[in-house]
Design a protein around this ligand. Structure first.
Ligand SMILES: Cc1ncc(COP(=O)(O)O)c(C=O)c1O
Length: 437
């Protein structure tokens, strides 16, 4: 129990809850000291309560030095930095491979950091969306992130297909906010022979629902489809085992839970069984050819039998440093420990939200089962606009959450840097901002 168990005044209750939050923070600290937490513009506390790491993660303190070191190498060495920088630029991307693979449960040959998320999804669909005969459809969730919807619709058009009939959007049952696993697997069992590609979000951006990735992957593959995952909201948030789950391909960004900065470089996974397959179409460039052949300057590439064959251009070194810094942090803490703290922190926020939402026009729409969600809790507001509410939370209480119009506000206590006190501030701010029924 977080709250007191005797009759108390409202103010005593609030004070006791705040002390409880401080006690929990002392007992279960995160790594907040490794991050820059923005100053608050409103409210009683000097720093914001930052619950928007599902949108953009905070800056690790180590990132600036990493960037400065890369700049210094360039000023000192010019072109020789390709080979002589402390971390030579030519093979720089290889430094990111093993830690990225650990994070998503992949083998190093299956993982590479490159480009940005939607670019990578397109490059992967060049290989893995190959409509043929009656098998042309792409399955997404109706609440897919809009850019995924744009991407698959444009892929359908690219193949001369009508996006309105090619893209199937799965919707939750009437009166439900999230998809059940059977909603997806039953559809695949019934109509899977028309499906070329299943492309879903591992954690849904809007509801925070964690999909059953292994079950859906198995159902899609059993139906003869290729199964890919957009892991933007899953990577660094929940444990992943992409290799063992037999996922065909996946892509993710690094600016949310991976704290690598706005527009940061993204990651890609291609399952081992597809590596080195000469029958797979791929777009190629300089970095698609095996490293040993890169300077032979021949007209025909010789791609390696690894996911690096999907690389195209030489990578932006200044964008790689922040990803490296971040992945080192994940390696140091470890995803299992992060997930444990995440379950405690999000469970705590859920209990506080239950108190606040009980008599207000607010409802948590994220699944209640901790195994079916990451750290994010999404709240549907019954009155007013989500944008207006998040503005008031920020300016009046220093609480940074994120609005998805018209009526969803998302709160993500991130286990690396969020605190129990941040969670308490969310509940306190909502109680002060949203009128009771
Ligand atoms: C689930 C999901 N997919 C795709 C994107 C878009 O990614 P990008 O613009 O980096 O390609 C986002 C951005 O927030 C996202 O949340």
């Amino acid at each position: 129990m977080v709250g007191p168990d005797r009759d108390v005044t409202g103010e005593e209750h609030v004070n006791s809850l705040e002390s409880e939050a401080h006690r929990l923070d002392a007992a279960d600290p995160g790594r907040r000291h490794l991050f820059h937490v923005p100053p608050a513009e409103g409210g009683r506390y000097p720093e914001v309560a930052y619950l928007a790491g599902n949108s953009l993660g905070l800056q690790p303190r180590a990132t600036r030095d990493e960037l400065l070191a890369d700049l210094a190498a360039w000023s000192r060495l010019g072109v020789e930095g390709h080979l002589e920088a402390e971390r030579p630029w030519l093979p720089y991307h290889e430094l990111l491979t093993a830690p990225a693979a650990r994070l998503v449960g992949a083998r190093p040959a299956e993982t590479v950091v490159m480009n940005s998320l939607t670019v990578n999804l397109h490059l992967l669909m060049v290989s893995f969306y190959r409509p043929a005969g009656a098998r042309t459809r792409i399955v997404i969730e109706d609440s897919a992130f809009p850019s995924d919807s744009y991407a698959v619709r444009s892929q359908a058009r690219f193949h001369g297909l009508d996006p309105d009939t090619t893209v199937v959007r799965l919707t939750p049952r009437a009166g439900e906010d999230t998809l059940r696993t059977e909603d997806v697997t039953d559809f695949l069992a019934a109509e899977g022979d028309t499906v070329a590609l299943v492309l879903l979000g591992g954690v849904n951006y809007l509801t925070g629902e964690l999909m059953d990735i292994p079950a859906i992957t198995a159902a899609g593959r059993a139906a003869g489809a290729v199964v890919g995952w957009d892991l933007a909201h899953a990577v660094g948030n929940v444990p992943l085992a992409l290799h063992d789950w037999d996922v065909d391909f996946a892509a993710w960004c690094s600016y949310k839970y991976l704290n690598s900065g706005p527009g940061a470089l993204a990651g890609v996974f291609v399952h081992e069984r597809h590596l080195g397959d000469p029958g797979l179409p791929r777009f190629e460039g300089w970095w698609s050819t095996a490293a040993a052949t890169r300077f032979e300057m021949t007209p025909v590439s010789r791609p390696p039998a690894t996911v690096e064959a999907w690389q195209i251009s030489n990578p932006p070194i200044f964008a790689m440093g922040p990803v490296r810094t971040s992945l080192e942090l994940f390696d140091a803490v470890g995803m299992p420990a992060l997930r444990e703290r995440s379950l405690r922190l999000t469970g705590y926020l859920e209990r506080l939200l239950d108190e606040v939402t009980a008599d207000r026009p607010l409802a948590v729409i994220t699944p209640r089962d901790p195994e079916r969600r990451g750290c994010q809790l999404s709240v549907r507001i019954g009155v007013g606009s989500a944008n207006e509410l998040t503005k008031r939370l920020r300016h009046e209480h220093g609480v940074i959450a994120d609005a998805r119009e018209p009526d969803v506000v998302r709160f993500a206590p991130v286990p690396l840097y969020s605190t129990y006190h941040d969670c308490w501030r969310v509940a306190d701010a909502l109680a002060a901002t949203v009128e009771k029924h």
